[in-house]
Design a protein around this ligand. Structure first.
Ligand code: F0G
Length: 354
């Protein structure tokens, strides 16, 4: 049957009523791709869940379709969120689709160009603050409590409900079993919370088993790993530049209950993984997403992920979201030549075909 988006597809698993609008941009049903080269290099069976294939290019669409549909069901006319970029792109798109207003609050200069382009195009009201994500979230939480505006950050439980569906898909795509290890980037910690809920619920109904949950923060923003709020979080992976994750406690619980771990990876490990994934596998995911790949490489080396394990890494966002980092991080630069067949041929013969 034709895929009709998450609300329709998973309505028995979601808080969907007859009054819930069947909102959709055809989100979900994303590929689970085996990584042949990396699997062989690391001695594991490795897959990536390509969430960048969602309509706005990130996993946020899964949560946002639910959050916006429920906002509409409850009579709301406006949604608001703080964001490092992807949440705001998804909120703006689903609000546009539903015909309601969207206000986004973002940290000035710290959101990737593709994400900003999306918010502009979808017609959101954009407020850029001289502050970070944590400060923006505090402000929008307060605003939503004292006004009829609906908060659609992942503290909204409908976000978690929508996002848990990715865990269902992984179990189905692996032929009816959960992986041994689920590796996932951690920012505000909503997604690791959602996946763990999803794996548990699916296991209850279909006996698919449970993975170890391995979450990865960026070193300069690793509040959970350090067990302290980071006032000025920093990382090249702006998507997860968060120093006081809202779902901190449930992320720790997911790691503990599943016998997993919240760990950290450095910016250079993230960028290495980012380039490796694109060059060796043909998969282009944004830097924040590649914290999961960097984390797997780190933990295979340390022995925390055992050889032979079946490991799924969640690639949370599309590489095209952040073109500036790609150009900066790559050593490949276009060669400028005159528009002359002979010159171009000589260059190719000399530089490429030797
Ligand atoms: N990966 C990407 C690409 C993200 O955009 C985010 C979060 C995460 C991972 C982390 O997920 O917050 O549930 O732990 N982005 C949010 C945003 C904060 O505003 O777009 P998390």
């Amino acid at each position: 049957m034709r895929w009709q988006g998450l609300i329709q597809q998973y309505r028995e698993y979601l808080p969907v009523t007859n009054e819930t609008p069947r909102l959709s941009l055809n989100e979900g049903n994303t590929p689970l791709l085996p990584l042949h080269t990396l699997s062989e290099q690391l001695g594991i069976e490795m897959y990536v869940k390509i969430e960048g294939a969602n309509p706005t290019g990130s996993f946020k669409d899964r949560g946002m379709v639910m959050a916006v549909a429920k906002a509409v069901e409850e009579g709301s006319k406006t949604v608001i969120c703080a964001s490092t970029g992807n949440t705001s792109a998804a909120a703006a798109a689903y609000a546009a689709r539903a015909g309601i207003r969207c206000i986004i609050v973002i940290p000035e200069g710290k959101i990737a160009m593709g994400k900003l382009a999306q918010a502009v195009m979808y017609g959101a009201e954009i407020i850029s603050i001289e502050g970070n994500f944590d400060q923006a979230l505090k402000i929008v939480r307060a605003l939503s409590e004292s006004s009829p505006i609906t908060l659609v950050n992942s503290v909204n439980p409908y976000r978690i409900e929508g996002q848990k569906t990715a865990a269902f898909e992984i179990c189905v795509q692996l032929g009816g079993t959960a992986p041994d290890v689920l590796a996932i980037p951690v920012g505000n910690a909503g997604n690791i919370t959602a996946y763990w809920k999803g794996f548990k619920e699916y296991n209850e109904r279909h006996k698919t088993g449970l993975p170890e949950m391995h979450g990865f923060e960026a070193e300069g923003s690793a509040a959970i790993v350090r067990n302290q709020i980071i006032e000025n979080p920093e990382t090249v992976a702006t998507a997860i530049r968060i120093g006081n994750p809202a779902s901190w406690i449930s992320a720790v619980k997911a790691a503990e209950e599943s016998n997993g771990k919240i760990d950290e990876v450095s910016d250079s490990e993230i960028l290495e993984a980012y380039k490796l994934l694109a060059r060796n596998e043909g998969v282009f995911a944004e830097p924040g997403s590649c914290a999961s790949i960097a984390g797997i490489i780190k933990q295979v080396k340390s022995g925390e992920i055992k050889k032979g394990s079946k490991v799924v890494a969640v690639l949370t966002g599309n590489g095209l979201k952040d073109p500036n980092i790609a150009i900066e991080a790559s050593s490949i630069k276009p060669v400028l030549l005159p528009c002359d067949e002979k010159v171009i041929y000589e260059h190719i013969r000399g530089a490429v075909l030797h």
